[in-house]
Design a protein around this ligand. Structure first.
Ligand code: 5CA
Ligand code: ZN
Length: 405
């Protein structure tokens, strides 16, 4: 798929040090250790409703990862998927009387426009599940041959499932106990109660067509893929068996990232799938997680249509730490709008050199993307009329992605 246009990234004097990030699998803030080309996979949208502020916050967090790595002298190979075939997309299309392909295409286009407006650096590979169908069905066939997958005992719909017992470390990524895993699997697209499975936690890999559902041919027969295998395969085929970082929101910790890691590790024999599993916290509205299923959404496109500066949206979302669950409020946006105006005035200022601000900004961001600390530092810079704009404005652009000019 086509991604979106890249914003310009100014180069800065000096360089960022190693980026330390929280890793869910070890619950530690540890240094990332990329080679000359850092590899990152971030789970993309399911395009039936794009782009609410929760999505935006998550993609902004990983945008900072890419920007800090670039500032540290790394190239970055960033891959993102689009879950352009899945139950919720089909259900929404049915509800609204749309062709699921048209619904997906429209929402993907909206997402691209929102990402470009927010100045999010595009992935190098932006891959839809549908366009990767042969890769994905091929991987499912291999898992079956390896004995790591099986057909469920159901004469009518002998769907293919992954056998979690084939992944000896299953559970290491989320570190959840069995009761939590069962509850989350049921809540997030799994079917722990389906009879005929070897283990309640086994996730689907290939689903035989039901009445009226789209399907693709494969050596397993016609069907469509499960959700987790899509991300394992799209990532692995482009980035190799081990990647520097797998990212997404904290609602993907289980079962999605646990299962995509397990699929990949069984397919390649290489553990771990990702050196860091990093998760962005949830954005809430009116006391509840912002989610398509709840419908309590604020869309980036709505705010843009209302004339809100996308840089103010960006700054508002970055004013909280990416690992802190937080609420979107009108006050947050007002505060960011005022702050942006202050920073823009300061950006054009003559004055003494502010190299220490650049240093402080780098230290804050390499410390697990501490944007609140970075913003506090920049507020002090903006309030000091003796300090020049110059390099700080470039740094705010390159590292925080906020254009001040
Ligand atoms: N297509 C799958 C991933 S393969 C998916 O989860 N799509 S999504 O459209 O539901 O979400 C896209 C991204 O936004 C995911 O990383 C998800 O964790 C994140 N996300 C969803 N809701 C929120 C929220 N309220 N706050 C923060 N991030 C969110
Ligand atoms: Zn994913």
């Amino acid at each position: 798929m086509q991604s979106w246009a890249s914003p310009h990234v100014p180069s800065l004097p000096g360089a960022s040090g190693p980026l330390w990030l929280h890793d869910t699998a070890t619950d530690m803030v540890r240094p990332t250790t990329p080679g000359p080309t850092a590899t990152i996979y971030v789970c993309g949208i399911t395009p039936y409703d794009a782009t609410h502020l929760g999505h935006a916050a998550t993609y902004l967090a990983f945008d900072l990862v890419q920007r800090v790595w670039l500032d540290g002298g790394r190239a970055v190979h960033y891959v993102q998927n689009i879950t352009d075939i899945d139950d919720p997309l089909l259900q929404r299309a049915e509800r609204d009387g749309l062709d699921w392909r048209d619904l997906a295409a429209n929402q993907i286009q909206l997402f691209r426009e929102d990402m470009a407006a927010l100045r999010v650096l595009p992935p190098r590979d932006y891959i839809g599940a549908v366009e990767a169908m042969d890769e994905v069905s091929g991987a499912v066939a291999r898992l079956l041959e390896m004995g790591a997958a099986y057909r469920v005992e159901d004469a009518e719909h002998p769907d293919v499932y992954f056998d979690v017992a084939a992944a000896p470390k299953f559970g290491y990524e989320s570190r959840y106990d069995l009761a939590t895993m069962l509850a989350l699997a049921a809540e997030r697209g799994g079917d722990p109660d389906r009879p005929g499975k070897r283990n309640a936690l086994d996730p689907g890999l290939w689903r035989m067509p039901r009445e009226g559902e789209p399907f693709w041919d494969s050596t397993m027969g016609p069907g469509r893929p499960g959700w987790h295998i899509e991300c394992s395969v799209i990532a692995g085929n482009r980035l190799g068996p081990t990647i520097d970082l797998q990212g997404g929101g904290s609602d993907l910790i289980f079962p999605h990232h646990e299962c995509s890691a397990a699929h990949s590790e069984v397919l390649t024999g290489v553990v771990p799938f990702a050196r860091h599993y990093t998760h962005a916290a949830m954005i809430a509205l009116d006391g509840e997680k912002m989610s398509k299923s709840r419908g309590n959404l604020v869309f980036v496109s709505r705010l843009r249509a209302d004339g809100v500066d996308p840089m103010a949206i960006r700054l508002a979302l970055l004013s909280g730490h990416y690992r802190q669950d937080r609420a979107w409020t009108d006050q947050l946006l007002d505060q960011a709008t005022a702050r942006l105006a202050d920073w823009r005035r300061a950006a054009n200022r003559q004055g003494s050199d502010a190299a220490t601000v650049l240093h402080g900004l780098r230290s804050a961001l390499t410390d697990d993307l501490d944007t609140p600390a970075a913003i506090e530092l920049l507020d002090r810079w903006a309030a000091d009329d003796g300090l020049a704009g110059g390099v700080v404005a470039d740094a705010v652009d390159a590292l925080l992605g906020i254009a001040l000019h």
